[in-house]
Design a protein around this ligand. Structure first.
Ligand SMILES: Cc1cc2nc3c(=O)[nH]c(=O)nc-3n(C[C@H](O)[C@H](O)[C@H](O)COP(=O)(O)OP(=O)(O)OC[C@H]3O[C@@H](n4cnc5c(N)ncnc54)[C@H](O)[C@@H]3O)c2cc1C
Length: 303
């Protein structure tokens, strides 16, 4: 990241909330479940599937985890009632993993039970490394009990290629992403090339083992590497899916759909939009730069 981008990122907390809200509309479906269902409906009209995420993570009180669990139960009923091609993604800390793993397991079991009743898949998102092993164990355990459960591995982590052995053996549906958290070098690869190489190796390993793979990326190099593997293994279109974030690179989304690939969009919604949106801005300072310019009256945004 350039010095200018670092300065822009550091100024994000100074951007007026109303301005962030305008930008958030691109990344967040809205505050309510109805907003999320409306977003899933318009994605379905484009030929895309959705995964719904209730915004909020790292809660500190058990009541907060129960509120998150109940919101997911409502999400599952709404997906079932709508018949839309949608499933759910849950952050384990939002349902209690940072408080007590048993509490998280109880909340997730309630979510997976209801989802199984509706025939809907549940994915445990992957958070930072204090939760990696706990999340993998929870996912394996819940999959053994309910069947409809998968998780995520991050190609920036040194351990991930080996973690795929356990998930592959359990025939788990695995989302592979680069990883959003800034982890220390002891546990994480640093540098674009090595993370992309590991990404390609992980996709190849899981697809090669017959595991359903969710290829979550907007990086053309990762997309190309995955397509090369799909082509070499002569896989049918229902052996994998691409995944992208709401509001990021809709052109690539359309290209993949029109080439016949399954594609799912991550649709976050909820009142916690501010933290999520500022994180998106920190990841992509070029967007933040346009906002800072617009806020300071330095010219229109070209993004
Ligand atoms: C569906 C989905 C689910 C995910 N789940 C997890 C998870 O459970 N755990 C986890 O750690 N990470 C998760 N991530 C985030 C992921 O790890 C990366 O941080 C993120 O996707 C950026 O990596 P990239 O592969 O798109 O490559 P990059 O090289 O970072 O991005 C490629 C291009 O895409 C654009 N872009 C990428 N991300 C953004 C953004 N946020 N805002 C604006 N533009 C952007 C930029 O223009 C960039 O040039 C998920 C990502 C997706 C798409």
């Amino acid at each position: 990241m350039s010095l200018f981008d670092r300065i822009v990122v550091a100024s994000i907390p100074l951007i007026p909330r109303g301005v962030v809200h305008r930008v958030a509309r691109r990344y967040v479906a809205g505050e309510t479940l109805e907003d999320a269902i409306a977003a899933a409906r318009s994605l379905a009209a484009e030929g895309a599937m959705a995964t719904l995420d209730v915004l909020g993570e790292s809660v500190t009180r058990p009541e907060q985890t129960e509120a998150a669990r109940d919101e997911y139960l409502r999400v599952l009923d709404a997906i079932a009632a709508s018949s839309l091609p949608a499933n759910t993604s849950v952050k384990p800390t939002a349902v209690g993993l940072s408080i007590d793993p048993d509490l998280a397991r109880r909340n997730l079991a309630a979510i997976c039970r209801k989802a199984a009743g509706h025939g809907i898949f549940v994915r445990l998102d992957m958070e930072d490394t204090p939760y990696t092993e706990k999340t993998i164990r929870l996912a394996l355990d819940l999959k053994a009990e309910f069947g409809n459960v998968g998780t995520v591995l991050q190609s920036c982590l040194r351990r991930s290629l080996a973690d795929l052995d356990r998930l592959g053996e359990a025939k788990m549906n695995v989302r592979i992403c680069k990883g959003i958290y800034n982890e220390p070098r002891e546990v994480a690869y640093k540098g674009y090339d090595v993370i992309v190489r590991n990404y390609a190796a992980m996709v190849e390993k899981h697809l090669g083992a017959g595991g359903y793979t969710a290829i979550a990326t907007h990086d053309e190099a990762c997309v190309q590497a995955a397509l090369e593997t799909v082509d070499r293994l002569k896989l049918p279109a229902d052996a994998y899916e691409f995944q992208m974030l709401l509001g990021v690179d809709p052109l690539l989304r359309r290209v993949l759909i029109s080439s016949g690939h399954r594609l799912r969009v991550y649709v976050p919604f909820g009142r916690d939009w501010y933290a999520y949106s500022t994180r998106r801005l920190k990841e992509n300072p070029s967007i933040a730069r346009h906002i800072v310019n617009a806020t300071l009256g330095l010219g229109p945004s070209g993004n």
